[in-house]
Design a protein around this ligand. Structure first.
Ligand SMILES: Nc1ncnc2c1ncn2[C@@H]1O[C@H](COP(=O)(O)OP(=O)(O)O)[C@@H](O)[C@H]1O
Ligand SMILES: [Mg+2]
Length: 159
């Protein structure tokens, strides 16, 4: 587990940009955290770092957005997905074939997601703009990148 602290929305976007530097086609990131934690902000920094120019907005109503950058970025929101059958409608295995996929509220549909992913768990800190980001690599491909992740995130790591 890698624990980072940010003190602003731009800090969270910068952490995400650092993570984006280590992704490959087919990667999945599961974003966990309450409303307003910063899951969409994380995705914004992540997509921008991959060359996405258009504004990244919350996919709460569209369920899935797709952006074109140096890599395709699929941005999903599973907040309203109540049944796993609905999760299957999101066609995540197909999305994963093209680019990198980030799923907000991914913990809602964990059984429908590949076991290999990077979990990013965002919680509120003491001040209004403080956030803790806990990164949990699951599966060999992310575990193999743990050290690189830690190096890239050095400036935000608290332990
Ligand atoms: N350190 C921080 N990291 C992320 N967002 C922050 C931070 N500090 C303040 N914010 C604010 O918190 C809100 C996060 O919203 P959003 O990214 O949409 O959350 P979520 O997608 O998790 O519901 C934004 O209004 C953002 O400006
Ligand atoms: Mg959101």
């Amino acid at each position: 587990m890698i624990l980072c602290a940010t003190e602003s929305v731009d800090g969270t976007r910068a952490v995400a940009a650092a993570v984006a530097g280590l992704v490959a086609e087919g990667d999945l990131l599961v974003l966990v955290g309450d409303l307003g934690a910063g899951k969409t902000a994380f995705t914004q920094g992540f997509a921008r770092a991959l060359g996405v120019d258009e504004p990244v907005t919350s996919p709460t109503f569209t369920l899935a957005n797709r952006y074109r950058g140096s890599m395709t970025v699929n941005h999903l929101d599973a907040y309203r997905v109540e049944a796993l059958a609905e999760a299957e409608d999101l066609a995540i295995p197909e999305l994963l074939e093209d680019g990198v996929t980030l799923v907000e509220w991914g913990d809602n549909i964990l059984p429908a997601l590949p076991a290999a992913h990077l979990e990013v768990r965002i919680t509120l800190g003491e001040g209004d703009d403080d956030r803790m980001l806990e990164l949990n690599p699951a599966g060999s491909s992310w575990q193999a990148r743990s050290r690189s992740l830690a190096e890239s995130l050095d400036e935000w790591i608290v332990r």
